[in-house]
Design a protein around this ligand. Structure first.
Ligand code: PLP
Length: 359
């Protein structure tokens, strides 16, 4: 069976070499005679997997020692609640920059626990302006942003300057896709199922001083301190997902790390944006400075044409190109593991479709 070109926004394509290794080790991991799925999370073999996963993430993102790396469950969506439970605790005020559907969900959860000020860009679907200290409440407990907006296809090209107020970022759809300076953040979170591995594990990178501020009423499982004290082993972690994530991190390291991945991602995204920009049928409306390099929406003016494109693309093995229902049209997600050949297949198909249409 040949693999299709999978443009899914998540869960999404994984490196073939990682899947093959998982397949090889499925019944007998490292001579243990059992699968990682069947192994105690307190066994030596699994402990090593966890430690290596953390060490690799620290190395790839250059995470400073005063940050904890936590492996949690509940997806990025649970972080929408965990963040306020842990951080909205001093002045009970936070600022959220509203850049799309996921930011809106984060705002909805935080609003249950404190006083949230929503900052909405003038054209949230197409442009994210720059923000400086004056843009925020001086006594906010934190400022929350969604650095890459999976549905809208926008990305912060410039981080807000929040001064001493901790910056909290949902990086679910572009973590490890480009270099970041972890020191600019108080907390970063990401569900794994796009750039890190399979669904099931959520990574939180949090500055030490932000891990002991939770409300006293905060449930144990929602308190970062629980995971800090127990090295993410307070209860059974998503063992198989962490094992695959470790291999994805090894794959990134072998490729040359985040610098190389970033160059590759920018090249893949440029191929597609250039094709769309040269097209007479399709458009991407995002301001060039805020164009995501991971999620690229494009649409024709006519709904029938979008439908026809999606159907023909699907027949050609170009899968999961349908845009999110709130945006319509198409969306190609080009995460780290998306092969160059598959992006080429898509750009060739767009050109071919346009030629046939014009005849
Ligand atoms: N935040 C962003 C930016 C996302 O893209 C997603 C999922 O696509 C989520 C949050 C929700 O993630 P999860 O399904 O892991 O809760």
């Amino acid at each position: 069976m040949t693999r299709v070109a999978n443009f899914s926004a998540g869960p999404s394509v994984l490196p073939v070499s990682v899947l093959e290794r998982a397949q090889k080790e499925l019944l007998n991991y490292n001579g243990t005679g059992m699968s990682v799925m069947e192994m105690s999370h307190r066994s030596q073999d699994f402990q090593e997997i966890m430690e290596e996963a953390e060490a690799l993430l620290r190395e790839l993102l250059k995470i400073p020692d005063n940050f904890h790396v936590l492996f949690l469950q509940g997806g990025a969506s649970l972080q929408f609640s965990m963040v306020p439970f842990n951080l909205l605790t001093t002045n009970h005020k936070a600022d959220y920059i509203m850049t799309g559907s996921w930011a809106k969900k984060a705002i909805a959860e935080a609003s249950k626990l404190g006083d949230i000020t929503i900052i909405t860009p003038t054209n949230p679907l197409t442009e994210i302006p720059s923000y400086n200290q004056e843009s925020f409440q001086f006594d906010a407990d934190y400022v929350h942003i969604t650095t890459n907006n999976t549905i809208e296809g926008t990305r912060f090209s410039e981080l807000p300057n929040t001064g001493t107020i901790p910056l909290v970022a949902d990086m679910s759809s572009h973590i490890l896709s480009e270099e970041i300076d972890v020191n600019q953040f108080g907390l970063i979170y990401a569900g794994a199922q796009k750039n890190l591995g399979p669904a099931g594990v959520t990574v939180v990178i949090v500055r030490e001083d932000l891990t002991n501020k939770a409300f006293t009423s905060c449930p144990t499982m929602l308190n970062y301190q629980t995971y800090v004290k127990n090295q993410s082993l307070f209860n059974t972690p998503p063992t198989f997902a962490i094992y695959i994530m470790k291999m994805v991190l090894e794959w990134i390291k072998e490729l040359g790390g985040v610098t190389v991945i970033e160059q590759q991602n920018k090249k893949k995204a440029k191929w597609l944006y250039d094709t769309i920009d040269q097209s007479k049928l399709f458009n991407n409306h995002v301001h060039p400075k805020n164009r995501s390099i991971m999620n690229i929406p494009f649409t024709a003016d006519c709904e029938d044409l979008n439908k026809e494109f999606l159907q023909k693309a699907d027949e050609k093995g170009l899968k999961n190109l349908k845009g999110h229902r709130s945006v319509g049209g198409m969306r190609a997600s080009l995460y780290n593991a998306m092969p160059f050949e598959d992006v080429k297949k898509l750009t060739d198909f767009i050109k071919e479709f346009e030629r046939t249409y014009q005849q």
